[in-house]
Design a binder for this molecule. Structure first.
Ligand SMILES: C[S@@+](CC[C@H](N)C(=O)[O-])C[C@H]1O[C@@H](n2cnc3c(N)ncnc32)[C@H](O)[C@@H]1O
Length: 254
């Protein structure tokens, strides 16, 4: 067991968290930890986003402080290095969560930031913890949004979409990614991170097929692909993701 003791607020550690031993750690889509809140131990699956976002600071502590997630920094820096002009970026942040990625994009000078997530608690946490970051935040199924949410998405004339650590694993499926991408104008930037294996053959998620076909057909112009350590697993192993930076040239077919 890797054990973290009760915490001081000035360290960014607020909760007593216990991760499973390496052998007990599950697959990435079933990862969990135990957390003590008000003298009660709760088991939290990493995919129980509603629960995690509802506990202030827990998402940041788990994924960024304990498990050393680097994805927002890596993807945003690669987007900048690829030549995106941040002052003019109108960004759709798909699977936005509580705003970690858009906070970084805002620091880098992005013009407009619109979050989109399927979980209501994500929008509530973004408003609670980063109220100055998003211009708007849509909670919906982006492949079939309510008319008023569709109007919001259409109104921003996006020239960039980012999706960090939100693709596959029961999160954003290919058809939702393609639907969100449709709100980006041609020539716009597309920046995402995804488990490296999901972009190789036989991943089963459908992303490999969709992205490979889009690159082959020219719908997606690949600018940069970079494999990096996304974070540690609950069991302490390095998890590798690919950061992909591309330009939209035509629609995607999931
Ligand atoms: C690991 S979190 C990443 C959050 C944020 N991008 C970050 O890097 O901190 C994955 C997010 O994807 C969201 N998500 C999952 N399925 C989704 C879907 N179909 N449409 C939109 N968001 C989805 C989850 O609710 C969660 O907030």
């Amino acid at each position: 067991m890797r054990m973290l003791m009760p915490t001081q607020s000035d360290t960014g550690l607020r909760y007593e968290v216990t991760f499973p031993s390496a052998t007990a750690a599950k697959d990435q889509d079933a990862e969990f930890c135990d957390i003590v809140i008000d003298d009660e131990t709760r088991r939290i699956r990493f995919h129980d986003y509603d629960e995690i976002y509802s506990i202030p600071g827990l998402y940041e502590q788990l994924f960024y402080y304990e498990l050393k997630c680097q994805s927002p920094t890596v993807v945003c820096n690669r987007l900048e290095a690829a030549g995106a002009d941040f002052d003019t970026l109108r960004v759709l942040d798909l699977g936005a969560g509580n705003g970690m990625v858009s906070e970084r994009l805002q620091e880098m000078g992005a013009d407009t930031l619109v979050g989109a997530d399927i979980v209501e608690e994500a929008a509530m946490a973004a408003e609670r913890d980063r109220p100055e970051v998003y211009d708007e935040y849509v909670v919906d199924d982006i492949s079939a949004p309510d008319p008023e949410n569709r109007d919001i998405l259409e109104s921003h004339d996006f020239n960039c979409m980012v999706s960090v650590a939100a693709l596959g694993f029961g999160d954003v499926p290919p058809e939702v990614f393609a639907a969100a991408y449709a709100y980006v104008k041609e020539g716009g930037w597309v920046a995402f991170s995804i488990k490296d294996e999901f972009l190789t053959d036989g991943d089963g998620s459908g992303f490999a097929r969709m992205i490979a076909r889009a690159i082959d057909s020219g719908a997606l112009e690949l600018v940069d692909r970079h494999v990096y350590q996304h974070r540690l697993s609950a069991g302490g192993d390095a998890l590798h993701y690919a950061s992909v930076i591309a330009r939209k040239r035509a629609e995607l077919r999931p």
